[in-house]
Write a protein that binds this ligand. Structure first.
Ligand SMILES: Nc1ncnc2c1ncn2[C@@H]1O[C@H](COP(=O)(O)OP(=O)(O)OP(=O)(O)O)[C@@H](O)[C@H]1O
Length: 701
């Protein structure tokens, strides 16, 4: 989690400035996930790709995509279609058989990669120059490129790398070279097969490595020993400036008014009375105007109860269902205070002392909160700033120096910027932990403790501490007390940790080997629904995304091993509808507010029930309805059966009998399940081992 800021600054060199308008037409930087490598791309965009022989076999052993070209009959004439110079970018890639599009295809049976659209100009891998044989003659990706093998010979996207899916669906990584790093063995051989490998920027680490390799720390056995830490050069595009963009919002749904029926419990003494309208909040004129422009007419329950408590200067822990407006519940009273009491931070001081610090666990979420803060403070003198991992630190610091009243930050970057004495804490009045239970659990507790103990941090009694989440496991609630005043309030809208009642939940019993087929059927039958698919590992996210691309479903992915630029592009593609499907890890489970997500699919059921609640809460937001489908693989997921049944029951959802039996039938039920599974097969035959272990995305920041 700790980021090596010095390294980044020392080697600072701006190489890439994305521009969303370009990104739409030029996908060069959103190559598909792990394969993508801006490192390579930015220098010579045409020289990237995938080996036509490095194959990805489908579950039944058919070689469909990333084909082994000349080696297999079926493979001939197939491969990647890229209409543009991108690889694996979400939408344009079609992996099909011969058709007109073949003209421009890379990775064809014999042809290399005609990177240019017109096929005229040979970029690296054109003509017959694709991958040849194992003696490395006439191998595509010419010898000007990286990807050496373990023996130091240059190798590109060797056919021995990549993905071979053996028969019954175990996505088993093999591979020694090139994009072997895509899915590599645990032994690390071939991982990141050499300099220039995709792994440094968004490539994969092996199973036992942790996420977020934004500095390209290469640790695998097969890693090039000379490899230096990579600098972070990404500068996110400036947020949109026009009013239309700043205030863009989606409509609240038909169930918005039903929020009023949810019971609210406020624990604490002398509770300030709830407000019923925005007028009662006594916001200044500019804030009121901004609230109206944002499309807010009526308060949600968490807003009704939290705003007066915060305005009265109290500490607060608030729990309300996903998508019910918690962000505005803390932003509006903080801004209102600032407007009434005045702000002090001034421009062009190297040490900025913000009045408010907001922390959230993921980069994308903190950015979203920042955009909300920017929206509500539009036209005022309050200046919100955002800092998070994966972007050029110098850029972030310069932005802070321009003046910072509200600092939105991920914890690691926050601690870095404090230790660099760019941010002082002596004027801090509000400390907000969004997704508070996540911020206080094992993943981030150390950072939060360090923050609280930082020099200058006002004591509990001298600052206002606000915590928001849809879930609060009991042990976290106990931990939270340490950071709150003793007379704090606890607002509970509905049930603590309850799922959003506007999401229709379906639990399907699916074994590991059957998940792909099931997923495909669901997506093929669902028309054009915007869908988020959650898996438990970064590797699997890419595997499933490539599988869906192969099946002509425009898909992108977001996870901790992708470069920040790619993560943001993926999210943008999904938000704008360029890709209808996004495959995600836990990194996208919390807080993200994306319009019209109709369906959440838990391809893997998460290990913790809280994450389940947050994941399915990406749909059914702000009174809109949504649905969530979860593939419950009994051998792997039985542990979560009981809390899952509770969540379903509390949300008045149907509980399948088999799930109830597993949840409450004890070992007997499980044993009988193993003895004869639902398909009537004998014990053991179908008990799959997980393809991948869950790789905790602890370093989200
Ligand atoms: N009073 C309101 N009227 C209309 N829209 C609202 C109102 N309050 C919030 N919204 C909108 O509802 C959506 C969800 O809000 P928000 O992201 O704050 O939810 P949340 O409770 O923080 O969700 P999560 O638990 O997933 O983080 C946003 O698009 C937000 O702009």
């Amino acid at each position: 989690m700790e980021e090596n800021w010095d390294t980044e600054i020392e080697t600072e060199k701006l190489t890439y400035i994305p521009n969303f308008s370009t990104l739409e037409t030029d996908n060069t930087d959103d190559n598909y996930s792990a394969y993508s490598n801006n490192d390579i791309n930015q220098n010579n965009k045409s020289e990237r790709n995938f080996g036509n022989r490095g194959g990805y076999r489908s579950e039944r052993g058919r070689t469909s995509n990333f084909n082994r070209g000349s080696r297999t009959e079926r493979g001939r004439g197939r491969g990647f279609d890229t209409n543009q110079n991108d690889n694996f970018s979400s939408e344009r890639h079609v992996f099909g058989d011969n058709d007109e599009r073949d003209q421009r295809r890379g990775f064809r049976g014999r042809g290399g990669y005609n990177a240019n659209e017109d096929g005229q100009k040979p970029n690296a891998f054109r003509g017959r120059g694709g991958f040849r044989d194992e003696n490395e003659q006439r191998r595509g990706f010419g010898d000007r490129r990286g990807f050496r093998n373990e023996n130091g010979q240059r190798r590109n996207f060797d056919n021995r790398g990549d993905f071979d899916n053996t028969g019954e669906g175990e996505d088993r990584p093999r591979g020694r070279g090139g994009f072997g790093n895509f899915i590599s063995d645990t032994d690390g051989r071939g991982r990141r097969g050499g300099r220039g490998g995709g792994s440094q920027y968004g490539g994969f680490k092996g199973k036992n490595e942790d996420g977020g390799n934004e500095y390209g720390k290469s640790q695998g056995e097969g890693a090039d020993k000379e490899e230096k830490p990579k600098k972070v050069t990404y500068i996110p595009p400036p947020p949109p400036d026009g009013e239309d963009d700043i205030f863009r919002h989606y409509q609240s749904g038909i169930n918005f008014d039903k929020y009023d029926e949810i019971l609210v419990d406020v624990k604490g003494k002398d509770v300030p009375p709830a407000i019923l309208t925005f007028e009662e909040a006594n916001l200044c004129e500019t804030l009121r105007r901004n609230v109206a422009k944002a499309g807010y007419i009526k308060l949600t329950p968490v807003q009704k109860h939290s705003i007066p408590i915060i305005l009265a200067g109290h500490d607060l822990m608030a729990c309300a269902q996903t998508g019910s407006g918690k962000t505005a519940a803390f932003l509006l009273p903080i801004l209102s205070h600032m407007m009434n009491e005045g702000i002090t931070a001034s421009q062009f001081l190297t040490l900025q002392e913000p009045e408010a610090i907001i922390i959230a666990p993921t980069r994308e979420l903190i950015n979203q909160i920042y955009l909300d803060a920017r929206k509500f403070s539009h036209g005022t003198c309050v200046r919100p700033v955002v800092v998070y991992g994966g972007i050029q630190p110098v850029h972030a610091m310069k932005d802070v120096e321009r003046g910072c009243n509200i600092l939105c930050a991920t914890p690691g970057r926050l601690m870095d910027i404090i230790s660099k004495e760019k941010i002082g804490l002596s004027k801090l009045k509000y400390l907000v932990l969004d997704e508070a239970d996540r911020m206080l659990d094992m993943g981030f507790a150390k950072e939060i403790n360090r923050l609280i103990e930082s020099p200058g941090m006002p004591k509990n009694e001298e600052r206002q501490t606000l915590m928001f989440s849809a879930t609060y496991p009991e042990e976290v609630r106990r931990l939270a007390l340490k950071f709150l005043k003793s007379n704090h309030f606890f607002v509970v809208v509905g049930l603590v940790g309850g799922a959003c009642s506007d999401v229709e939940q379906t639990i399907l019993e699916v074994r590991e080997y059957g998940k792909k087929d099931r997923l495909l059927k669901i997506l093929q039958n669902s028309g054009n629904e915007r869908t988020m698919i959650f898996v438990n590992t970064k590797k699997k996210a890419d595997v499933i995304a490539s599988f869906l691309c192969q099946e002509h479903i425009s898909t992108t992915s977001i996870h901790g091993a992708r470069e920040q630029c790619q993560r943001e592009t993926a999210l943008w593609d999904f938000r704008t509808g360029k890709c209808l499907v996004i495959v995600c890890t836990a990194v996208a489970a919390r807080g993200l507010d994306i319009e019209s997500v109709q369906h959440v699919i838990n391809y893997d059921v998460p290990k913790e029930i809280e994450e389940y609640v947050h994941r399915i809460g990406r749909t059914g937001r702000c009174g809109n309805i949504g649905k969530a489908t979860s593939f419950f693989n009994v051998p792997e997921d039985h542990v979560i059966a009981r809390p899952l049944v509770k969540i379903l029951t509390d949300a008045r959802q149907e509980v399948p009998a088999w799930l109830e039996e597993i949840a409450f039938g004890g070992y007997g039920a499980l044993n009988s399940y193993y003895a004869t599974d639902s398909m009537g097969e004998q014990a053991g035959e179908n008990v799959s081992t997980p393809s991948f272990t869950q790789d905790e995305e602890a370093s989200w920041d």
